[in-house]
Design a protein around this ligand. Sequence first.
Ligand code: KG4
Ligand code: ZN
Length: 357
Amino acid sequence: MRVLGIESSCDETSAAVVSGSGDNVRLESLTILSQDVHTIFGGVVPEIASRAHLTAIAPVVRHALEQAGAEWGTIDAIAVTHAPGLVGALLVGVSYAKALAAARGIPVLGVHHLEGHLFATALDDPLAAPPFTALLVSGGHTMLLDVPAWGEYQLLGSTRDDAAGEAFDKVAKLLGLPYPGGRHVEALALRGEAKRHRFARPMLNGGQRPGDADYYDVSFSGLKTAVLHAVRAAEAAGTLADDAPHLARGFQDALIDTLTAKTLRAATAFGRTRIVLGGGVACNRALSDALTEKVRATLGVKATVHTPSPRLATDNAAMIARAGLFRLERGEQSGYDLNAYASLPIPGLIALGGATP
Ligand code: KG4
Ligand code: ZN
């Protein structure tokens, strides 16, 4: 089966072609157009994002098809992100995908963006397949899931306030770094000393037990406020320029310690030896290195951490095409009434204990 994927949930217009079946799926092409215009505003402006998607979508899709050398007659179906995200942005992709599917007489399928992130790593690493523990860390979401099989997702924990990427972006702003700030904070932290600013590890203490509401959940807004106070103090003392790398390092260490500890709790509780990272924050080398080290020390040398390559970690249509292919093979497809939703549970999501939330 050959699937065209389309992604427009936030500020990337992307299209991709994948082909294959089962776990044997090949990425044939991937085109990603990032909307740099938002850097001027320090965050994504929804109306501008929708308009930029409108301008970009047709050439981006054409480019992905050309790169794959794919004639329209060889495309079996179209998979498109329909939730969650900015509704106006999503609608551009959804409307375009439905129109293409109708014109070409092929099926269209709405894909959940976060199910896409779960499939992303498997595109260049066949071992990133269930069963695994998944840590999804993006600008909009932070989720810890147990994945016994594709299509079965048990949500263990999520953020109570800011997503991990959002916390990186806000701290970047406090430190005067450009948007999106995650990679700038990471680069600055490389020059920082761990002991200069040690922030409390949010929602992490040895007294937490399985079944406690905060056992797997995370929270980053308190950490962000602690960084804010430290930045203000450094500003008042006139030491911010010298202190910035240490502040970045202190923030990043606290966030990483929390995420890795909670991920290990999940892997241990469910007897998983594979951890799959997803989302833009998975680009952070300090996070994947710390996780790999802790996983090996706790779960044994055979335990593995699977990190997507940067172009598959951040928003892209390859992961949408891949998740779509999985669902199309199960006989699923959407109607022309397919709509866009700002939020929607991942299909196949089961709450702790097995009940559907
Ligand atoms: O998955 P993604 O492209 O978009 C969403 O679905 O939200 O993630 C974007 C987020 C941004 O918050 C960005 O700052 C963060 O990923 N990010 C990073 C790094 N690269 C991107 N955060 C920390 N370290 C990085 N190297
Ligand atoms: Zn995303």
